[in-house]
Design a protein. Structure first.
Lengths: 366, 307
């Protein structure tokens, strides 16, 4: 894991990028630390790919500055940067075989043939493609093409490896396996990885830190766990996973704790690092798995509410319920694991649902 | 079976029409059907005359009459007579130079349109066809005006005092033929090169940059190899027809610039020896075919780029 003191390898300072009248990046400032797996996450059009292209040197910022390894990149073309890229299309050269593709960037080092071959084989072994060197590149499957693209970039021993939606062209099974493998590969080689993705699950699984981007701005930069548990605002909260938003009123607030009255649920005392005026309207969020169905109408749990099942979606291992809280019009989504002996409730069923105060998080209304 | 009548009605076999032949047959039948008009046309207009020419080359001209005994006499003459050898090798030389000049001049134009054409690509392609808007003969005479003894080039150079007397090496020789043909065939070279260049995935070019190539290295390692199919096609498209060109050397070639097609025309005309002319045509055809095939075989390794 990456300690907080690791020095930044990439410093992005107030970068703006405009294409004609379109603003792709609207003042982005962030640091990427040496050796971390960093993800740029956001919906399409949020500017994440533009930011990656600016880091790689294929685009230059309209204003602002970029430092890699402490050096200003304003005048440095992509071929002279200590970065290498895995392209979304993989960009495997069709006229070269696998070994020639992987060794492409080393060609001008004029290495002895045996040394070049050794390094190519080493890179191929790293991505589990031992013996694929003589294969023609058009005879490769999607997953193999991706590995070749990885080997071709890693052989250059870049300070930073840039990955542009590298898994989006693979099927689900292969994608799941590659997520784990990419993460393992990153820890093996110890190079900083910067991943662009629109898939929140992918980002959560692989990254040390994630920058969530909307409309050309970084909305929140945090570890996967903090992003999921304490999303900074409503947009981040609904982009990553499922979140129930419930209006609430501040009862009292001091520097340590916050007492709120959650609509339809009741009073709760939360730890708070921020103070609110008594009587203020706020929104709290709670994840579906933080609410627990008690499968009994009469269960007596201090922090619980009565609920009526409105609809359910059965996923095999999980069931998602849409419930009405205390017969009000406030709905919540609850996920329950289908463990042994646990029934699947039918719509109309009445039950109780328990919660814990620290499961609620305050959502800024941005 | 209460409603058996209805069922038998529904299960009636479909009428056997051309379109209901089993799928595999249907596809090939449809294919033949589609190509039959052009196939018929090329049989009548190309294959039949070709057979006639081959037949004619095996006969002999006996003053005013054709002797229809089969003989290889014409071929022996065509191959052994030094003049014909000279004309054929000159034709190959001239069209080789035309091909080289055309492709070298066409490549940058095709590159520009494919890489930097942007939204104006079709405008550029239209502009490239402009020379075809006038007749080839008129263009030849324009070249005469430009290259002639009192022509545009000589006139301006003498007016500037750069030369004392008109240059004579620019008209009525092989140079003039090469110049004119290269200009005339440029669009045929530009288009196939343009097509193969514009099919190159832009991310391949970025990948080359990313793997530390500068612009030059990238061109020779990625762009050029990937555009070779277009270059090979352009070479063949220009080389094959120009070997047999007849008008250009006739009007601009003088005596040094005469090519094999001019000799074939003389045999069919003034010399009144159509069988010898046919034999020369067949020999030239085989030489061009042999050169083209070996060219394709030699460049085959550049052509295996299909992703």
């Amino acid at each position: 894991m990456i300690s907080n003191s690791a020095k930044p390898i990439i410093e992005i300072k107030n970068v703006e990028k405009r294409f004609g009248s379109v603003t792709a990046l609207d003042g982005v400032t962030l640091d990427i630390k040496e050796g971390e797996f960093f993800s740029l996450l956001g919906p399409s059009g949020c500017g994440k790919t533009t930011l990656l292209r600016i880091i790689s040197g294929f685009d230059f910022p309209t204003s602002g500055s970029l430092y890699i390894g402490g050096e200003d990149m304003a005048e440095v073309p992509p071929n002279l940067r200590p970065t290498n890229m895995v392209f979304q299309s993989y960009a495997i050269f069709p006229h070269l075989n696998v070994a020639e593709n992987v060794g492409y960037g080393l060609k001008k080092l004029k290495l002895p043939k045996a040394e070049l071959e050794r390094r190519v084989n080493e890179a191929l072994a790293l991505v589990d493609l031992k013996g694929f060197g003589p294969r023609e590149s058009h005879a490769l499957s999607g997953g193999q093409r991706q590995r070749v693209a990885l080997a071709r970039a890693l052989i250059m021993q870049p300070k930073v490896l840039l990955l542009d939606e590298p898994l989006s062209a693979l099927d689900k099974k292969l994608r799941d396996a590659m997520q784990i493998e990419l993460r393992r590969l990153q820890q093996t080689v110890g190079i900083t990885f910067v991943l662009v993705t629109h898939d929140q699950e992918e980002a959560l699984i692989m990254s040390d830190r994630i920058a969530v981007m909307f409309d050309g701005k970084v909305s929140q930069l945090d570890t996967p766990e903090k992003l999921y548990r304490r999303p900074a605002n409503r947009r981040v909260a609904s982009f990553i996973g499922v979140m129930n938003f419930i209006p609430a009123k501040v009862v009292s607030s001091n520097s340590k704790s916050l007492v709120i009255d959650i609509t339809a649920i009741g009073k709760a005392t939360l730890d708070a690092d921020e103070q609110y005026a008594a009587g203020a309207d706020i929104t709290v969020g709670i994840r579906p798995e933080m609410l627990t169905i008690l499968y009994s109408e009469t269960a007596d749990d201090k922090d619980s509410f009565a609920a009526t099942v409105n609809a359910r979606s059965y996923y095999g291992d999980m069931t998602y319920y849409d419930v009405r809280i205390n017969d009000t019009n406030i709905h919540a989504t609850i996920s329950m694991r289908n463990t042994a002996g646990r029934p699947v409730l039918a719509p109309g069923a009445k039950t109780r649902v328990s919660w814990r105060p620290d499961s609620f998080t305050i959502i800024a209304n941005v | 079976m209460a409603n058996s009548s209805e069922i038998s009605y529904l299960q009636q076999p479909a009428k056997r029409t051309f379109w209901s032949i089993p799928k595999a047959y249907q596809d090939s039948a449809r294919g033949y059907f589609l190509i039959s008009p052009p196939l018929l046309y090329s049989l009548v207009m190309l294959a039949a005359p070709l057979v006639l020419v081959v037949l004619l080359s095996l006969w002999t001209q006996n003053y005013l009459e054709l002797d229809r005994t089969i003989t290889l006499k014409n071929y022996v003459e065509a191959v052994t007579e030094p003049l014909y050898g000279l004309l054929i090798s000159r034709s190959l030389m001239i069209s080789g130079m035309v091909t080289l000049a055309t492709v070298i001049l066409a490549y940058p134009i095709a590159y520009y349109v494919a890489m930097f054409g942007g939204k104006r690509k079709s405008m550029w392609l239209l502009l490239i066809t402009i020379p075809f808007w006038t007749s080839y003969l008129i263009r030849i005479f324009l070249w005469k005006v430009i290259l002639g003894y009192n022509g545009v080039i000589n006139g301006s150079l003498m007016g500037l005092g750069l030369i004392e007397e008109p240059l004579t090496f620019i008209l009525y020789n092989a140079n003039a033929v090469v110049l004119t043909l290269a200009h005339a065939w440029a669009p045929f070279a530009i288009l196939p090169i343009y097509v193969s260049l514009s099919r190159i995935d832009k991310s391949l070019l970025e990948a080359a940059r990313d793997l530390s190539d500068n612009a030059f290295q990238r061109f020779f390692r990625v762009t050029l190899p990937l555009s070779m199919p277009g270059v090979v096609a352009a070479c063949l498209i220009v080389f094959i027809p120009t070997v047999g060109d007849y008008v250009t050397p006739k009007l601009l070639g003088g005596t040094d610039g005469l090519m094999i097609a001019n000799m074939i025309q003389i045999q069919f005309g003034k010399a009144n020896n159509a069988p010898l002319g046919s034999a020369l045509a067949v020999v030239a055809m085989f030489i061009v075919a042999a050169i083209s095939i070996s060219f394709v075989l030699l460049t085959r390794r550049f052509l295996k780029t299909k992703g």
